[in-house]
Design a protein around this ligand. Structure first.
Ligand code: CA
Length: 270
């Protein structure tokens, strides 16, 4: 329940900041289009990547949909177009040198409206551990699952492990692990929140381990999930280990059916 409240809260904050961002950037965009009359970039689909601090467009940012193998780049003013089809929730990734890697979950509905994203300069007190996308599970999943889009990516198995040396982190302050985006979780809670449409089955939640100790269960799909790492588990200037283990279908007893999930971007931050 605690995790549920927190994730929900983060989700709401995201929605609010997204709406604020949309409002702030929509007006100048319209004004620019009307005044300029020559620029077609602002008209129609004006999806854009901007600097969160300055509000200015960021040119040359890589925008990808890894599952669809789709890749594009923002123009000099930060504008881009997603000229592809998606089927169900998909992770959109934004990468640009000197900025924190960013991901968000989009779907058919989100794609029809302009997507304006503010990204942040990378700072000294954070560490991007892995910016790749991973698929956990067994490649066997229901069309009604929270991750029913087309899979171009093969499962690496039921768990993911990353070893890393802790750098740039002040362990006297709270330390968080952040999962940029995660989709496909079919827990009872995800079902009750309308994140999937499977009527009769649900899975145990994915589990997160830090140096061999379970620190969290992830009940819901979403972006920017923050998990606090207990201080006593942190090893400064030594090798640390993060493991994410996917859940299993609790209604299937004849064989093990792992929940097929995808996630992208693992960061450590103060
Ligand atoms: Ca499965």
């Amino acid at each position: 329940m605690y995790i549920f409240m927190r994730v929900n809260n983060i989700f709401m904050k995201k929605i609010f900041s997204f709406i604020i961002l949309m409002t702030l950037t929509f007006l100048p965009l319209q004004a620019e289009t009307i005044q300029g009359k020559v620029s077609e970039q602002g008209a129609g689909n004006s999806s854009r990547i901007i600097d969160k601090q300055t509000g200015l467009g960021i040119g040359g940012a890589d925008v990808t949909l890894p599952k669809q193998n789709y890749r594009t780049r923002t123009d000099n003013n930060g504008f881009f177009e997603l000229d592809t089809q998606i089927n169900g929730p998909s992770i959109m990734s934004v990468k640009k040198e000197n900025y924190k890697p960013f991901t968000m979950t989009i779907d058919e509905k989100t794609m029809n409206a302009p997507i304006v994203v503010g990204i942040e300069k990378s700072n000294a007190s954070g560490q991007a551990l892995d910016t790749n996308m991973y698929h956990l599970g067994d490649n066997s999943f229901s069309e009604l699952s929270a991750n029913a889009g087309e899979f171009s990516m093969q499962a690496i198995g039921p768990f993911y492990t990353k070893r890393f040396t802790l750098k740039n982190i002040d362990i006297t302050k709270p330390v968080y692990m952040i999962i940029g985006s995660i989709i496909g979780i079919d827990t009872a809670m995800a079902r009750s929140m309308g994140q999937n449409r499977i009527p009769n089955a649900f899975a145990s939640p994915p589990e997160v381990y830090f140096n061999g100790n379970k620190i969290s269960e992830i009940q819901l799909n979403g972006d920017g999930q923050r998990i606090r790492i207990p201080k006593n588990l942190l090893r400064k200037n030594q090798v640390n280990e993060i493991t994410i283990k996917t859940g299993r279908n609790l209604m299937q007893t004849a064989y093990i059916d792992y929940d097929d999930i995808e996630f992208m971007n693992i960061l450590i931050e103060n």
